[in-house]
Structures are given as C-alpha cells and as structure tokens.
Ligand binder design. Structure first.
Ligand SMILES: O=C(O)CCC(=O)C(=O)O
Ligand SMILES: [Fe+2]
Length: 332
C-alpha cells in the first residue's frame, strides 16, 4: 500500500450484533458480522466497536471514580498487589515511568469490587465500588460478545474455546503528560498477553496507536460510544495452534503516545485463561493430521517469563509469544 494512503481501522456496530446474537446464531446478518470481525482481526488485530451497552453517564462516572483512585496516596495504591504478574498495580517502571495502572480481578463480581474498594479506601467508597462493578460487568459483556463472534466466524465450537476467556481483569490506566516538548511514547509498543482486550479512552485526549503492516502507526482517536477491541497473544496462539485461522489472526502491536498538554485516562476489560491452566489445544482437535504446533505451557509460567524479561522483550520489540511457545516453553 502507498505510504500516503490513509489507513482506516474498521468500525463495526455491535449494538445490533448483540441483539442478533440473542435471536440465534444462524441469522445471516450475524454470520456476516462475525466474518467481518474476523477479517478485521486478521488484517489489523483490532477494530472499533459502537456498542450501546455502556451508557455515557456510567462511562463518565468511571473516569471520575478512577481519578479518585489515582489521586490517593502512594501507600494506598501500593496495596493493589498480586502474586500473579500484571494482575495488580503496574507501571511507574523504568520502561514506562509516566504510566500507572491498577488491576482488579473479577471486578464484575460485587464482592471482588468491594474487596478492591476497601483495599484503597478502608472506610469504603460506595460510588467507586458500584461504578467499578457495573462498568466492568458491561465491558466484559462486550468482550464476550466479540469472543463468541470470533469463534463463530472461524467455525470453532465456542465451548471448546471458552477456556481462553475463563477469567477477567478490569484495569484503569493513567498516563502523565510528558514534560518535554513534542510527543513521547508513554506506553511502549507491545502486544497484549491475554485473550481479548476492550478499551475505553477518555474523550478529547489522543494517544492510542496501532501498528499496521509492520511500519505504520495509526492513531485510534477516542470517540464517545466507541470501544477499541484488541486481539491478544493467547487468542492468536490458540487459534493458530489449531490452524483454525490459518495463522491469519494478528495480535495488534500498540502503544500510547502523548503530547505535553494533558494527562490521559483509559480503562479496559482483559479476558484471559485461568492462570493455573495449561494452554493447549483440546484433545479432540489434535490427531496425526493435525499435530499441535506448539508445546503446551502453563499460562502463569508465560506471564512470569514476560515479567522477568520485560525490559529486553519490550525494548527489542521481540515480545511475541510464538518464541516462548515453540522454543522456550517448559513442557508440562
Ligand atoms: O491506554 C490505552 O489505551 C492502552 C492500554 C494498553 O495497551 C494496555 O493496558 O495493554
Ligand atoms: Fe495493550
């Protein structure tokens, strides 16, 4: 493609798709929508979705609630720990010093949202707790709608594939405006290590960019009522593994670039396999004609590997799961 030709990341209206889904997966419109989603993910590894399941007011409440959380003293935010890499607070690292994020596993369950809220505010914060709980449930709903569409579009039985979306993390992100003149990369280029990511960006602050064709960074401008959907490494690997997608599914490489004017906020739903699970193809899909292409590996082991090698992986741009799953994965 000519380097001057503007690249348009596909946009789908999933509000209607969600209704069609409820009416039965055979509907022709649904089949077409699923095929389009798969094509977009094959080419770009991401797309934008219009979706009416998260009211604007609730979205704005979430931005207000997360501001309250980020404004808390360091010691409160530091209580967001986890023994699993990337599950708790991340950022403020040598690689991404202007980025900070808090993670809540299973925030769509009220008890977990409450537990997290009490970690930050021992005296409680009802507004934060209720907003976190409803918003995470609504985003997860969209995440799972898209996951089903992908598997339907590729002809993969969803029940077999549900294992890749067994759990979820809701994450709130803050990026400090860089102080230097010009723009700065505040979140390094990376592919997500989970299954599927659904993001909401704060209105009016440009920042997210996705790499297309290996050499063009395409901005994804924030737009009210639109969500960014990004395919992660696990989804790519799982589908490639069984040649369901003929190796065509892309885990989009993306980054966040900011100019000095404004801090930026975003939040997202990240689905992933149970950390203790072994990522491997279902036995019924493997036979002599379809041997597994990668070694089975424990998902937690992969996350630990990424954490231990983050600096080298991210700075070299070599953060692909393929290398780990083919060569470095310990047999389980
Ligand atoms: O803030 C964003 O828009 C992107 C966040 C992101 O890429 C991530 O958390 O993996
Ligand atoms: Fe990401």
């Amino acid at each position: 493609m000519d380097s001057e030709t503007p690249i348009q990341i596909p946009v789908f209206d999933l509000s209607k798709g969600a209704q069609t889904l409820a009416q039965g997966a055979r509907a022709r419109a649904y089949n077409n929508a699923c095929r389009d989603v798969c094509e977009a993910l094959a080419r770009f590894g991401c797309f934008e979705a219009a979706y009416d399941g998260l009211p604007d007011g609730l979205r704005d409440d979430m931005f207000e609630a997360m501001r309250q959380a980020f404004d808390l003293p360091e010691e409160a935010k530091r209580r967001n720990t986890s023994d699993k890499p990337y599950f708790g607070r991340t950022g403020r690292s040598a690689i991404s010093p202007l980025y900070e994020s808090l993670g809540v596993e299973g925030a769509e369950e009220f008890e977990k949202a409450k537990e997290f809220t009490q970690l930050l505010w021992p005296g409680g914060n009802n507004f934060f707790c209720e907003t976190l709980n409803s918003v995470s449930a609504k985003l997860l709903e969209l995440n799972l709608i898209v996951t089903k569409m992908i598997f339907h579009g590729l002809g993969v039985p969803y029940d077999a594939a549900a294992a890749v979306s067994e759990s979820s993390i809701f994450r709130v992100m803050k990026y400090d405006a860089p102080s230097a003149v010009g723009s700065a990369v505040v979140l390094v280029p990376h592919t997500d290590k989970n299954t599927l990511t659904v993001l909401v960006q704060q209105g009016g602050v440009q920042g997210l960019e996705v790499l297309v064709d290996g050499d063009r960074w395409v901005p994804l401008a924030p737009r009210d009522g639109y969500f960014v959907v990004i395919a992660g490494e696990i989804l790519k690997l799982w589908l490639e593994w069984q040649a369901w997608s003929n190796g065509r599914l892309t885990a989009a490489k993306h980054r966040v670039v900011l100019t000095p004017e404004k801090d930026r906020y975003s939040f997202g739903s990240f689905t992933l396999p149970e950390t203790s699970s072994v990522v491997k193809p279902p036995e019924e899909l493997v036979d002599e004609a379809h041997p597994p292409r990668y070694k089975p590996f424990e998902f937690l082991g992969y996350l630990r590997h990424v954490e231990a090698n983050a600096r080298t992986m991210y700075l070299s741009g070599e953060d692909s799961i393929d290398v780990y799953a083919t060569a470095a994965a310990a047999s389980v």
